[in-house]
Design a protein around this ligand. Structure first.
Ligand code: ATP
Length: 231
């Protein structure tokens, strides 16, 4: 579905991603692991054509994205939930959700989304900025789903959340994939939860892909256990 070939990315003259090659197949959940500053967020932004200068090739459904502006990606079925959520805190939950459907004008996912997120259904008229971190993360994912994506990218969905809330958020992520076949890429520092949810994983270190493989095999790998699972 998504093929990345020899991708390099730069902020000004500073290179941050080096010769990235990766492939995401339809209906997969893939996680991209890496520590602080590894380049995970930069990779998401670069796929979307935000902020960086890029060379190489990015193809989505056999079409190059290299000349497609970021605002058009949503109409191709690609959506990003950025790190830090970026909700509109002074709008209600319902208003935030409706903004997610602004570009596609398709609100057909709304009822499904309220079933997936009962917490949000109870809080539709609450200002998004007054909700807990876990509720805000759910609202950000729900807003992304309002655009009816085929391909959903989540940047650090576990960030700043208590462990039991992280479990709830990841259970919902797995349901989104299972119930609608939406392909999901999860950028995470929390290797344990991400590899448990994913089919496959990649490890990014200093802007280079260091390792990739089946998620269960990666969980069992002594290198991953030492570097990312603290075992
Ligand atoms: P984190 O988990 O801490 O967000 P990350 O793996 O997502 O880390 P990035 O945010 O992609 O890492 O950062 C990769 C490198 O690019 C870092 O060295 C960072 O300082 C640099 N960088 C990120 N954004 C910019 C920017 N707008 N301008 C210049 N350099 C940047």
């Amino acid at each position: 579905m998504l093929k990345i070939k020899n991708l390099n990315a730069f902020y000004g003259d500073v290179q941050v991603l080096y010769d990235i090659n990766l492939e995401i197949k339809e209906k997969e959940i893939v996680t991209i692991l890496g520590s602080n500053g590894a380049g995970k967020t930069t990779l998401m932004k670069t796929i979307c054509g935000i902020e960086t200068r890029r060379t190489g090739e990015i193809e989505f459904e056999n079409e190059s994205l290299m000349k497609v502006p970021a605002y058009k990606l949503v109409t191709k079925g690609i959506t990003l939930t950025p790190e830090g959520r970026h909700l509109f805190p002074e709008l209600t939950v319902k208003e935030n959700l409706m903004l997610g459907a602004y570009s596609t004008k398709d609100k057909s996912n709304y009822e499904w989304i309220l079933e997936l997120f009962p917490r949000l259904k109870e809080r539709l008229n609450q200002y998004a900025g007054t909700m807990s971190g876990g509720e805000q993360q759910q609202c950000a994912i729900a807003r992304a789903l309002m655009s009816n994506p085929k391909f959903l990218m989540l940047d650090e969905p576990s960030l700043g959340l208590a462990p039991n809330i992280v479990d709830t958020v990841f259970d919902i992520i797995k349901k989104i994939n299972k119930e609608r076949g939406i392909t999901i890429v999860i950028v995470e520092q929390n290797a344990n939860i991400a590899l448990n949810a994913a089919d496959r994983g990649y490890v990014l270190e200093n802007g280079v892909i260091r390792m990739s493989g089946d998620a269960k095999e990666m969980l069992a790998s002594s290198e991953i256990q030492k570097l990312y699972l603290g075992l």
